[in-house]
Ligand binder design. Structure first.
Ligand SMILES: NC(=O)c1ccc[n+]([C@@H]2O[C@H](COP(=O)([O-])OP(=O)(O)OC[C@H]3O[C@@H](n4cnc5c(N)ncnc54)[C@H](OP(=O)(O)O)[C@@H]3O)[C@@H](O)[C@H]2O)c1
Length: 266
């Protein structure tokens, strides 16, 4: 249990992570800071008891500080925090959710020894159905376990070797965009065949949720679950044939690898 946990940057991901931490009950106090304060105030209004403050106040008050800014903004933000961290007598844990930035690089940006945790969340963390990988630098196993408790309500929480973080980013961090693209395309197909849009979207989303649960709970290979839907001479295998003709597998693999190349270049 931490006395105070802070969030610097309450955009899409920072706010999703803040919601999860809030639900954990592992933080006595939550502080939110954002460049545009109205965004932090709107989030605080949804998290009773959470307060809004400046970046500097966050450093003074919080034991754990989540940095939820874009990777390109990270160096400037860390520079801004440096003096406050140096002046503080208390130990601080800094948590980065930025794609592509290793703990070593973050630590070099700060230029002083502090416990770092690097996490890779995804947007479904906001509703407890996310995936979070994490690793640390100058972090004890006790620090990492306490972090896992803090973030547990986000969904699946998995400690991972740092050298695999970039690959994980491109599967589960970027994945919601790929999955939503697929859901939208499925719904478009349904609309083209006459389904009302709202029903098409609901059916597509519920099917993806159900199939994901079946995959996880059955422990079966995805190919086996695909085969179970494809009756000989039936309709589904015709759709599968068309997807294969269009190179859907290669396209999805390329998407992950393109994201990976971009991550390495950050
Ligand atoms: N989006 C995802 O699905 C996802 C998944 C995994 C990891 N991430 C990582 O999460 C991080 C944030 O991404 P995002 O998508 O949440 O971006 P975002 O929605 O643009 O949020 C960034 C937030 O940081 C705030 N900010 C920028 N500079 C600041 C400063 N100096 N002080 C205080 N607040 C500042 C911005 O404030 P304003 O309101 O003024 O713009 C904005 O609210 C990135 O590092 C990204 O790699 C994102």
């Amino acid at each position: 249990m931490y006395d105070a946990v802070g969030f610097l940057g309450t955009g899409n991901m920072g706010s999703a992570v803040a919601r999860a931490v809030y639900r954990s009950g592992e933080a006595k106090q939550i502080w939110l800071a954002n460049r545009t304060p109205a965004k932090a105030e709107a989030l605080a209004a949804q998290l009773p008891g959470a307060g809004v403050c400046t970046n500097r106040e966050l450093v003074d008050r919080c034991d754990v500080i989540f940095l939820g800014v874009k990777p390109q903004m990270m160096e400037g933000v860390i520079r801004e925090l440096r003096d406050g961290l140096k002046a503080s007598q208390k130990r601080r844990i800094l948590v980065s959710m930025a794609a592509g930035l290793s703990c070593e690089r973050l630590s070099a940006m700060l230029g002083q020894t502090t416990t770092w945790i690097r996490m890779m969340p995804n947007t479904p963390a906001a509703i407890g159905a996310g995936v979070v990988q994490y690793c640390g630098l100058w972090a004890s196993q006790e620090d990492l376990d306490a972090f896992a408790r803090l973030i547990a309500p986000a969904g699946l929480v998995d400690q991972l070797d740092e050298k695999l973080m970039d690959a994980a980013t491109c599967v589960s961090g970027c994945g919601p965009a790929f999955a939503c693209l697929f859901a939208e395309a499925l719904a478009d197909g349904g609309v083209a065949c006459g389904l009302p849009r709202d029903k098409a979207v609901e059916y597509a989303a519920k099917m993806l949720e159900g199939t994901a649960r079946l995959l996880l709970e059955s422990g079966k290979h995805p190919g086996a679950l695909k085969d179970a839907v494809c009756s000989p001479g039936g309709t589904t295998i015709q759709g599968v044939r068309r997807l294969e003709e269009q190179g859907v597998r290669g396209a999805v693999m390329d998407a992950v690898m393109a994201a990976y190349e971009k991550t390495l270049a950050l």
